[in-house]
Design a protein around this ligand. Sequence first.
Ligand code: ZN
Ligand code: ZN
Ligand code: ZN
Length: 342
Amino acid sequence: MFGKLLNFSSMAHFRKDPFGPAWVIISPERGLEASDFGSVRHHDSTCPLCPGSEASSREIRALRPSASPTNSPDWRLRVIENPAALLYPKNFEQQGVELFKQAPSSGYQEIIIEHPQHQMLLDNMPLEHLVDLLKLYRDRLEHLSEQPDVKHVQITRNVGAVAGAVYEHPHAQVLALPVSNRWVNEELNAAQSYFDKHGSCLFCDVIQAEINGRERIISYNQSFIALAPYASKTPFETWILPRQHGGAFSLQASNTLPLLAELLQALLRAMNAALDYPPYNMIFHSLPVNDNKNYHWHIEILPRLTKQAGFDWGSGFYINPTAPEDAVRFLRATLALQEVGA
Ligand SMILES: [Zn+2]
Ligand SMILES: [Zn+2]
Ligand SMILES: [Zn+2]
């Protein structure tokens, strides 16, 4: 009655959840090993991302002196194919029937190695290096947005094993998928309903209201603002948003990136000083192209502070023990101390 399904069962593939908009990646070859989009945790004592290990990965792009050949160890920033990729460029052809849809594991997974030094933190990078890194994030998203079938692009930084980091070495994961992301989708739907009702951007209106109220703003400059969302799901959840409306980070103007770098560094320094270098996730929420005027790209930073904090109470209900207004007061005080000390 449901027709014959293709036999994908032994390799990674997408399955459509018939109860919602989500697609799930089934990855049987991973066995029982934990597998977020990263890879099996790295146990070797030698770091595969440090200079000197270039031969062990496939280089996609690198910033290095122009005369140097591919795979030479004098790079400043390097993009490689994710060695544990589950997804590969191929057509996203949906197969199966209404209740049991599936598709091959198509997509792109890259790793951006953010600095040659193993111990370097985003907080301490020379500002110029961080600006180049942000440009590289943006350019990879732009490049992948233009590939066929791509509906979602993402930069994720997992810092610390608890936050799912695969490597200790500073790195970001780049992901491009043929299906949309459920959290971005949820925000997009909220923004669309808001626009239908009020004729303006939900995110822009929140930014303006927070600037007026000041209670949840951590810091801002001419182009960007850092705030704690009113209904923060986890303690010290922080968003950075561009003050000028735009749906895709890949279209963000280069001349604004130094201001993003400054704000991001100040924020991470304050967070690390206030919370003693917590593991955290940093995720860019952006559309692949600016095809929806109601979305407003942003960065979400989510420290992983306690096991209990932010837990999902029976699915879909968060309990956050730290009011965002308290988190903001704490971070602002730390920022002020740093400015005095600087
Ligand atoms: Zn390393
Ligand atoms: Zn907006
Ligand atoms: Zn978001």
